[in-house]
Design a protein around this ligand. Structure first.
Ligand SMILES: Cc1cc2nc3c(=O)[nH]c(=O)nc-3n(C[C@H](O)[C@H](O)[C@H](O)COP(=O)(O)OP(=O)(O)OC[C@H]3O[C@@H](n4cnc5c(N)ncnc54)[C@H](O)[C@@H]3O)c2cc1C
Length: 288
């Protein structure tokens, strides 16, 4: 069935208006941003919202700004906006690495950063990238605003911490000096979803790894995070041998499923290789 079930449509004119509409319609209402994930799901009748609340006019949710302590990315920033942002690319190259390999320009021109996170598809590239950089998701509702670490944002495939009547307004990424980051992905063809991918973030204190962030895409890592590999790296030297060991640990602890993109052993192999590769590039960038 390629035709959505009937639905009503409301265009929000401000964040307050969007929240009023979401409160009014409760579970029957659903935010629509770029629509690149929601509309296909509605056509397949995997989603059947009775009312769509369109947030595309909310320019206040589109900005990307940096302060000395954090990078702010509005939920309505398009993939293309993030890719075009010099602040994002300089502070967190992992975000530009990931954006370059998300879909194609048509999807990137319309799809939003917030929609990507809220879709919570296990293959979504930005989820792993934002988990690796330890970003916070800022959520607004009738009761006010709250910040949820991206590492606690996902309640499982297609489920997030955004509740009924709430709106994701943006993502805040803390800035730490001495940090480098990178994303490495293998897809079957250009613009395709990941077979597997790894995000790596290293914060150095001299020659020692003060903090490590490793996010994994499409391989069943809890909250997209390779926590055991991070624990291994933290407090030790940043060497090629230890990066390879961290890759092996990440591969051992993730839980990929066999599907049309490949068998489990191939995906684990990719996790090991891509994690090692992303860590090496993150180190180069941290030292630059
Ligand atoms: C052909 C194609 C290829 C793709 N390839 C890739 C890929 O390689 N890698 C990848 O990561 N992604 C890929 N995508 C997914 C794409 O990144 C997402 O579809 C898109 O970014 C989702 O954003 P959107 O604004 O379109 O979300 P929508 O479709 O509008 O919404 C998605 C979900 O998020 C909710 N939502 C949206 N915004 C908010 C908000 N601010 N607050 C609360 N809830 C909200 C909606 O209610 C809905 O449940 C691909 C998509 C297509 C169509």
């Amino acid at each position: 069935m390629q035709v959505p079930a009937p639905f009503e449509y409301e265009r929000a004119t401000s964040v307050e208006h969007a929240l009023t509409l979401l409160e009014k319609y409760g579970q029957a209402g659903r935010v629509i941003a770029g629509g690149h994930s929601l509309i296909p799901m509605m056509k397949l009748r995997l989603a059947q919202p009775e009312v769509l609340v369109d947030i595309n006019e909310l320019a206040e949710l589109s900005g990307i700004d940096a302060t000395p302590s954090a990078l702010w990315i509005g939920a309505l920033a398009r993939h293309a906006d993030l890719l075009a942002s010099p602040e994002a690319g300089t502070l967190f190259p992992v975000l530009h690495d990931a954006e370059r390999v998300i879909a194609d320009p048509i999807v990137r021109n319309r799809g939003t950063v917030g929609g990507s996170l809220c879709q919570a598809d296990p293959s979504e590239d930005l989820s792993a990238a934002f988990a690796a950089v330890r970003a916070e998701a800022v959520i607004q509702g009738a009761a006010g605003e709250r910040a949820v670490p991206v590492r606690e944002f996902f309640d499982g495939p297609y489920e997030t911490a955004v509740g009924t009547g709430e709106l994701l307004t943006g993502i805040r990424v803390p800035i730490r000096p001495g940090t480098g980051s990178a994303y490495a992905k293998v897809g079957r063809r250009a613009g395709d979803w990941a077979v597997a991918a790894a995000a790596a973030v290293l914060t150095l204190d001299g020659d020692t790894i003060d903090e490590a962030g490793i996010g994994l895409t499409a391989v069943g890592a809890p909250q997209f995070v390779a926590a055991e590999a991070e624990d291994f790296l933290r407090g030790g030297a940043a060497t090629a041998e230890r990066f390879a060991k961290a890759g092996a640990i990440a591969a051992e602890h993730c839980r990929p499923a066999a599907d049309q993109r490949g068998p489990v052993d191939y995906k684990r192999h990719l996790v090991a290789v891509l994690t090692t590769r992303a860590l090496a590039l993150a180190l180069t960038r941290a030292e630059a």
